[in-house]
Design a protein. Structure first.
Length: 264
């Protein structure tokens, strides 16, 4: 069950936090039924300590630290802290901005759970956390270059990994793309099909099939489809034989084997 908190109540909490933060928080926003606090990057430890120890808030649980990359900004990274108060049954988001070179103070001293979260943000985005007890990669392999969740990191990566049977070990090689890039059509033939008016038929080509036929083949296909819809005024001997054989009116069709001779 989701607890819905009125925006007025969230706004009052945001104003109270700004007043109690003593300059460590510079603003807040209420959006989609959630409260977000904007923190001074160099005072994040002070702010989270206030939110944890103040009896009016008691945000004692850090549930997650995540990052976001906005390459067009001077401070391209957002660091987002998700907090939970069991005593008040409230959730809070704290955000700050930083760049590739400016470290953010580690909050492990306030919330020990931040240890692996900060390592993950460092690994995926390259965000540095000053004072972290063991800031090293946690998801990527040893010797990995780059940070996969940055917007400027290539989708294919830089190297690929495979097992070398001759060397009996894992080897790293530059990425090879043996298959050329192709553009796929994702239009569903059911959603893309048109509805013909009663009595008005047309040749319908499934999306993508038009690439397999040139103009001459399409014209030939159209003529063949039109000939099937024309009424037949005469029937060939073979056609008559087949019809008679199916209906049983032709006791001895020309192509049927002769009946066995009668004895005596």
């Amino acid at each position: 069950m989701t607890l819905v908190v009125a925006n007025d109540e969230l706004k009052a909490m945001g104003e109270a936090i700004i007043a109690d933060a003593m300059g460590s928080a510079v603003g807040f926003r209420v959006e989609y039924g959630e409260l977000s606090i904007v923190a001074q990057p160099n005072r994040i430890v002070e702010l989270l300590t206030i939110l944890r120890d103040n009896a009016a808030y008691r945000f004692i649980q850090l549930t997650m630290i995540s990052g976001a990359d906005y390459p067009d900004r001077a401070r391209r990274f957002d660091v987002v802290y998700q907090l939970l108060s069991f005593a008040k049954n409230r959730r809070l988001r704290v955000k700050l901005q930083t760049d590739e070179d400016t470290p953010v103070p580690s909050v492990v001293s306030v919330h020990p759970a931040a240890d692996w979260y900060e390592r993950e943000a460092f690994d995926m985005y390259g965000i540095f956390f000053e004072g972290h007890p063991d800031l090293r990669r946690i998801l990527t392999d040893y010797g990995f270059h780059g940070h996969p969740l940055r917007k400027d990191f290539p989708m294919t990566g830089y190297v690929e990994v495979r097992w070398d049977e001759a060397l009996k070990r894992v080897v790293y090689e530059p990425v090879k793309l043996p298959q050329e890039f192709r553009a796929f059509d994702f239009l569903s033939p059911w959603e893309g099909a048109r509805a013909a008016l009663p009595g008005q038929g047309y040749e319908y080509v499934l999306p993508g099939d038009e690439k397999a036929f040139d103009k001459a083949e399409q014209a030939m296909s159209a003529r063949a489809a039109a000939s099937l819809t024309e009424p037949q005024t005469s029937m060939s001997a073979v056609t008559l034989t087949s019809v008679d054989q199916k209906s049983g009116t032709d006791p001895a069709p020309s192509h049927a084997p002769p009946p066995p001779a009668k004895k005596g």
